[in-house]
Design a protein around this ligand. Structure first.
Ligand SMILES: [Zn+2]
Length: 248
């Protein structure tokens, strides 16, 4: 169920990645479709009058595009539109028609380039949000598994001064709502698969974790018998791209 195309189905043609700030979608069977607002919000940017401009960079590369601000400060962005049906300052409702897919800007064929940005305007992987609600900070919970006690510790709400864990005890797993995350297994010496939501947890209960990566959130970890490590804001294999002990 697509939240951005009227027909409620979409097919990804290009994934989010280090050189791609959003996800590219077309309607199933490669047809074009009307673009709808992902959630209620306010149009804060509307660029129109653009044509196809292969190789262009910066905001030109988006062609005709819209940026909408939502609850909790998250943004969605819709690029390469052929037609734009709303203007800067308009309030929009979830599912409202806001434009039609096209190939304006730096596009090699018509598609929708869809982005999700955090309140600090940094992009996050939008794939999950193609058919799900945006993050709502007030109800994002997380918890961790204490290897010594052999139990999940209580839930903690994100963005509070609380933390999950028992400082001094090693952790074997982490649950986090609404964000993609993975952990590094100290025993296996490898990253475990990415998980999202509570369908699964990140970790191998009983094995200690010595690294954590989370997309779209600022976080840090505490060393066993040590202190808090620096805050981490990005996801890669550089020493600042994960929270944990330097193992790579
Ligand atoms: Zn794109």
């Amino acid at each position: 169920m697509s939240r951005v195309l009227l027909d409620a189905e979409n097919q990804i043609t290009n994934q989010f990645g280090s050189n791609h700030t959003g996800v590219d979608v077309v309607k199933k069977y490669n047809e074009l479709d009307t673009v709808i607002a992902h959630s209620d919000g306010l149009v804060i940017l509307s660029q129109t009058g653009m044509r196809n401009d292969k190789g262009s960079v910066g905001t030109k590369s988006y062609g005709n595009y819209l940026k909408i601000k939502h609850n909790d400060g998250y943004y969605t962005l819709y690029a390469h539109l052929k037609d734009v049906y709303v203007k800067n300052g308009d309030k929009v409702k979830r599912g409202q028609k806001i434009g039609y897919m096209g190939d304006t800007g730096n596009a090699y064929g018509a598609h929708l380039h869809f982005e999700v940005r955090k309140p600090d305007n940094k992009v996050i992987d939008p794939t999950y949000y193609l058919d799900n609600d945006l993050p709502n900070n007030s109800d994002i919970l997380y918890q961790s598994y204490d290897n010594k006690k052999k139990m999940w510790l209580p839930n903690v709400a994100i963005n509070t001064s609380e933390y999950v864990g028992n400082i001094g005890n090693e952790m074997g797993g982490v649950y986090l709502d609404k964000y993609r995350m993975r952990v590094h297994d100290k025993v296996k010496n490898s990253w475990l698969p990415w998980v999202i939501n509570r369908n699964d947890y990140a970790g191998n209960l009983g094995n200690a974790i010595d690294g954590v990566q989370i997309e779209g959130v600022t976080y840090r970890v505490h060393l066993k018998g040590g202190s808090w490590l620096p805050w981490v804001k990005k996801v890669d294999n550089t020493p600042n791209g994960y929270a944990g002990i330097e193992f790579l």
